[in-house]
Ligand binder design. Structure first.
Ligand code: SF4
Length: 475
């Protein structure tokens, strides 16, 4: 799961007036548009605008609400001012429905702070009948829905389009707050605030997550914009879930349902004529059985292609050549453990020589840069593992420009590492300092914060009572 970039929302012109919906420059909407006056609904995003415009989960819910005919605005929650919609500059409290998509644990904290700035009581039990209905969902619910249940009136686990359809139809027929909640509560993948005891919540959640990959797809974005974190890409889902079993990963095989690759033809046809670039989304994309054909068909149409992070062991020279023909200049892959020993223990074996061979093949195919994701704080890790990774990176850097993104391992619930304690801050700082010393002279570094990762860990494992405290609902 990627972190949201830090940047403020685009600024509308000073001359904008109520009733004159505005769209940030450079956005191209396909078939639907949020530029409608007096919308009753807003879809909120924590974090920054470029990240929201690169979040297929967020955009596909927006597309569904708009396609159902429900005028819906976008509502950035970041910043220190009371949140206002992008399209009309309206305050959060002026909407009847405020839906929210969160991918990362700390976004729940950001959402609670934004509700306070909006003058809305963040505890759902203390909100009144005239307050907006707050409904939350997103990828975070695949980990732990409780940080969202701490402040939302209802939370949707996993697949969000069915709930979006029900909400849109309800608001359009004038349903009140109670009726909307009842229609959500009737769905199998939701929980309402104050309703479930923890055992019932856990049962509903597990059942919904295990069906995540079988919901219809592929999801596709309703908008293309240069300002997206992925550039001017039309985002389309190439697959859902993953057939691998990495021990740290919440998307490991079968936990979210069987791996669901979408037919290459279906994915290609979803990309509209005139799209300059396609962004293929999917955790297990490296294992898509028709990845080569998929890339080839798009590149042959003259469309540039980028993908989610790729798995080193599955990449072939043909994939690399096609990615380069599709305009790629940099390849991003997950190495995950610092050493072969740790990668074996994490269930993602990868020999050093394979990474070096990939760097060499990437250069030969015409790629200029390689970005490696790696984790620190893996159980039994020592300074020798850091040294092994520095050597791996040195070998890779002989062939391509190198970037390394290193972050603390956050053992997540529902994984074989769930009970592993979060590594002590001193050990994490030592490892990160070792990477900085070893790599600083030849690789671009992006080092995660142990403090932020510790908060992420606490929220990932929080009970509802803990989540209410950690998100700031109760102080
Ligand atoms: S290959 Fe990637 S998505 Fe699949 S289980 Fe491993 S880490 Fe998760």
């Amino acid at each position: 799961m990627s972190r949201r970039l830090l940047a403020g929302p685009p600024k509308p012109p000073a001359s904008r007036r109520r009733g004159q919906p505005w769209l940030p420059p450079g956005e191209r909407w396909l078939g639907v548009s949020p530029a409608q006056p007096e919308a009753p609904a807003a879809l909120a995003f924590p974090g920054a605008y470029p990240a929201a415009m690169a979040s297929l989960g967020y955009l596909s819910v927006l597309r569904e609400l708009l396609a159902q005919g429900l005028p819906t605005h976008r509502l950035p929650l970041a910043g220190s001012a009371p949140p206002e919609s992008l399209e009309e500059g309206r305050p959060l409290r002026s909407y009847r429905l405020v839906a929210l998509s969160a991918a990362w644990e700390l976004e729940a904290v950001e959402a609670v702070a934004a509700l306070r700035r909006a003058g809305l009581e963040p505890d759902p039990a203390r909100r009144g009948p005239d307050d907006p209905l707050v409904v939350a969902g997103g990828a975070l619910t695949l980990v732990n829905p409780r940080p969202l249940l701490a402040f939302a009136d209802a939370v949707v686990f996993g697949e969000g389009l069915t709930a979006a359809t029900a909400l849109a139809r309800g608001v359009l027929r004038g349903a009140g707050r109670r009726e909307l909640l009842d229609s959500l509560g009737a769905l199998p993948n939701t929980a309402l605030a104050g309703q479930p005891d923890d055992a019932v919540l856990a049962e509903r959640h597990a059942a919904a997550v295990s069906r995540y990959t079988v919901a219809p797809g592929p999801l596709a974005s309703p908008v293309v914009t240069e300002a997206s974190a992925f550039g001017e890409s039309f985002l389309v889902e190439a697959c859902r879930g993953c057939p691998r079993g990495c021990r740290f990963c919440v998307l490991r095989r079968d936990r979210c349902g069987p791996f669901a690759p979408f037919a290459a033809e279906t994915v290609v046809e979803a990309v509209p004529a005139g799209a300059p670039r396609a962004g293929l989304v999917g955790a297990g994309i490296s294992d898509h059985p028709a990845l080569e054909r998929l890339l080839e068909r798009l590149v042959d149409r003259g469309i540039a292609v980028s993908t989610s992070s790729l798995r080193v062991a599955s990449l072939t020279e043909a994939h690399l050549r096609l990615l380069v023909r599709g305009g790629a200049r940099q390849l991003t892959v997950g190495v995950d453990g610092l050493s072969e020993r740790l990668r074996d223990a994490l269930g993602k074996p990868l020999p050093v020589r394979r990474v070096e061979a990939l760097a060499e093949a990437a250069r030969a195919a015409g790629l200029e840069a390689l970005k490696l994701y790696v984790m620190v704080g893996v159980p039994d890790e020592t300074a020798e593992d850091v040294a092994e990774f520095v050597e791996l990176a040195r070998r890779a850097a002989r062939h391509v420009r190198l970037a390394v993104s290193a972050a603390p391992l956050v053992p997540k619930p529902w994984t074989p590492l769930a009970e592993v304690p979060f590594a002590p801050a001193t050990a994490l700082r030592e490892r990160l300092a070792g990477l900085r010393r070893g790599l600083g002279s030849f690789a671009r570094l992006d080092l995660g914060s142990p403090r932020v990762a510790a908060r992420e860990h606490a929220l990932a494992h929080a009970s509802l009572a803990e989540a209410r405290r950690l998100t700031g609902v109760v102080r």
